[in-house]
Design a protein around this ligand. Structure first.
Ligand code: 6PG
Length: 250
């Protein structure tokens, strides 16, 4: 597995670079093209770009979309990751409902996690494993504490490698609601994982995640995600700070 860091001048350029990767997947030759998306504020710009591009790039409407995590709220709640993606991307783009595989945040989290886990096991033929197919592309974000999806530091449950999805308690960062998250093993089945991280408030955590892990500290969740082929960090200059990265397009 390789790791690359690409630094773009601003959030728009970074989000367009992530959209280019999604479009490349959508226009690829695989019969099923699977994309995992995250919640939070950062991907909102990307969702709007994908919605706009769908008019000229109909392949973008054929992706199978999955969620890295969901908050325990119904789709109509402003905190719903599915609700937000639907509003900004799926509905304006005309993505068929059958292609969007949401986590049912309106159910009790254990039940929603079991149902998502079961659906993914059926789709991929068993628990997450290097011997089985997995996701094509996982688009991930990073919280100030180094969490990704809803895998928060010190949450051993999300380490369960036999599961695709688990229920987790509310993390330390808002919104303080229980969640369902894909596990580290599930996310690491992706051929490529992209961390899209923008803004000066992320500079310090990006420095920690991309720097060496101090010997007595466990790795932070975001730095423990692997991928079959490549982990790519797409940063804007504000989040990158002094971080070395390839120039755009490099
Ligand atoms: C969620 C996410 C989460 C997110 C980070 C970054 O549902 O909260 O999937 O992992 O990616 O918290 O969030 P921001 O983009 O809002 O900083």
């Amino acid at each position: 597995m390789t790791r690359v860091v690409d630094v773009y001048p601003d959030p728009d350029a970074a989000s367009n670079a992530a959209a280019d990767s999604v479009a490349a997947l959508a226009n690829g030759s695989r019969a099923r093209r699977t994309l995992v998306i995250s919640g939070g504020r950062t991907p909102e710009r990307l969702f709007a770009i994908l919605a706009r591009r769908s008019a000229d790039d109909p392949a973008l409407r054929e992706l199978e979309v999955f969620f890295a995590d969901e908050r325990a709220v119904p789709p109509t709640d402003a905190r719903s990751n599915y609700g937000r993606a639907r509003q900004l991307w799926f509905d304006p783009a005309g993505l068929a409902t059958g292609r969007v595989h949401r986590i049912e945040g309106e159910r009790p989290v254990e039940e929603a996690a079991d149902r998502y886990d079961g659906a993914l096991s059926r789709l991929f033929g068993g628990p997450p494993s290097a011997d089985r197919p997995g996701f094509d592309l996982a688009l991930l974000g990073v919280g100030d504490d180094g969490h990704t999806a809803s895998i928060f530091p010190g949450m051993p449950l999300a380490e369960r490698s036999t599961r695709w999805a688990v229920a987790t308690a509310a993390g330390t960062l808002p919104p303080a609601v229980a969640r369902v998250t894909l596990t580290r093993a599930a996310l690491s089945t992706a051929r490529e994982a992209i961390f899209l991280v923008t803004g000066p408030e992320k500079r310090s955590i990006v420095g920690r995640l991309l720097g060496p892990t101090p010997p007595d500290e466990p790795p932070l969740p975001a730095s423990s995600i692997t991928a079959r082929d490549r982990v790519r960090w797409i940063l804007d200059a504000a989040a990158a700070g002094a971080q070395d990265g390839r120039a755009p397009g490099g």
